[in-house]
Design a protein around this ligand. Sequence first.
Ligand code: GLY
Length: 529
Amino acid sequence: MVTSAHPLASQAGLEILQSGGNAIDAAIATTLAISVVEPYSAGLGGGGFALYHGGKQTEALDFRERAPQAATANMYLDKDGKPIKNASINGHKSVGIPGTIAGLAELHRKHGKLPWKTLVTPAIRLAEQGFPVSQQYLDALGWRSKVLQQDPEASRIFLRNGGLPKIGTSIIQTDLAKTLASVAEDPNSFYNGTVAKAIVKDMQTQGGIITESDLRGYKPLWRDPICGPFRQFQVCSMPPPSSGGVHLLQILNMLDDGKLQASDWHQVDHLHKFIETLRIAYADRAVHLGDPAFTTVPVKALTSKSYAAKRRKEIDPARAKTSAEVQATTPAQLKESQETSHLTVIDQDRNAISLTFTINLSFGAGVVAKGTGIVLNNEMDDFATAPNTPNAFGLTGNQANAIAPGKTPLSSMTPTIVLENNQPRLVVGAPGGSTIITTVTQVILNTLVFDMDIKRAIAAPRLHHQWLPDRTRIDRHGFDPTTVELLRKRGHKIEETGSWGNANGIMVLPDGSLEGSADPRGEGTAMGY
Ligand code: GLY
């Protein structure tokens, strides 16, 4: 079974499974297809993370973007040290070295079954034949079209006469099809060949800083996944440079106080505890999390049951704290001994992959490398570009996530595999920047604690708090007004907003059958055979 954010991408993965491919093969084909049909979410010009479970092993691959060698800590500040508006968001200077193709090639080298070229074929076909503009495409364009208008390549491919295309218009990507054809022959062409040359030429003419040597030097990294017990399950997720795994486990540990039960869903005391838990976890995130090659991340301490128990005690059951009252624990106290797209595949041998990848904001940096069709990321904005200055997701950070050459910007992506008896039980993930961690947490709680099926668990109304800004977002029309009023009385600043996140996942039922679903907030699907 394959679940992804677009039916044409799920179909591409399904085709590969039906032709004898394994979960990794299908995930590669789906990832490349998403890169074509969701050009605003993720693609060749970005990067991501994958969690894989095969046999008895769980592995994590980091193919996230890295800062170019010429990057500096103050590259987005003016001469007075103030952030330059949108400098880390729009245009070539906001681009990190892309990792998607290197990551997929590495997954294939280690675990692939079908020939690499076969896996690229569906994406080439989709780029040549086009995909129809949907409401989701228009929503993504809506707030980025002004930026895209500045870039002749992006405008030519994704807009029509500088404006929004009509629903149903076919988006044909001839340049991207050629790039994919080069990559099908040799994935290294992206890093040390014709595609690399085109990207570097574009950087040189448009004020970017990525060089040939940056691309040649890019390497995906296998990392030890973060796994921890939650009830009878083992929850495995992405370690730093994602904050996803650390805080998913921290939040689950804090909530698992021995009393949490199925009837607690959207019950006021549980919601209060949940919001206060998120406030603490995201305060820790702002201080402790960053690329482990550059900063010491106290992973073991933050994910320990004893730390969760200690911080749980700080929650006042009757009153919401303000975020100013809640701070990260200092490293000394911790005593450590140390717009995005998601897809999920489980194959007939029960190999499972959970893969989240991104170009960061909608249409990334809003630019396309000339002649390649590649939408370039603006992942540099995921660094703390200035101390305690919110990024596009409102997240703050400091030294642990400051810019440095070769460093990986901190992520919230949380591709997750929950195991029971060392076999996949739930495979899940989501897009949504800072909200990814809370979305994945709520899907896990909804399925494994609140006894929902996967469809209901993903569709259920969600909330989100991230310490700063000090507010709780809730899905509009998703919460009982009396409960909301009771939360407000305890001091919670609640804001009803439009919905967010576009999760998908697959659950293995006790009889061994698969149940998959994609978020009704998006246009994705589950497909199996
Ligand atoms: N670009 C969003 C994230 O990685 O968290």
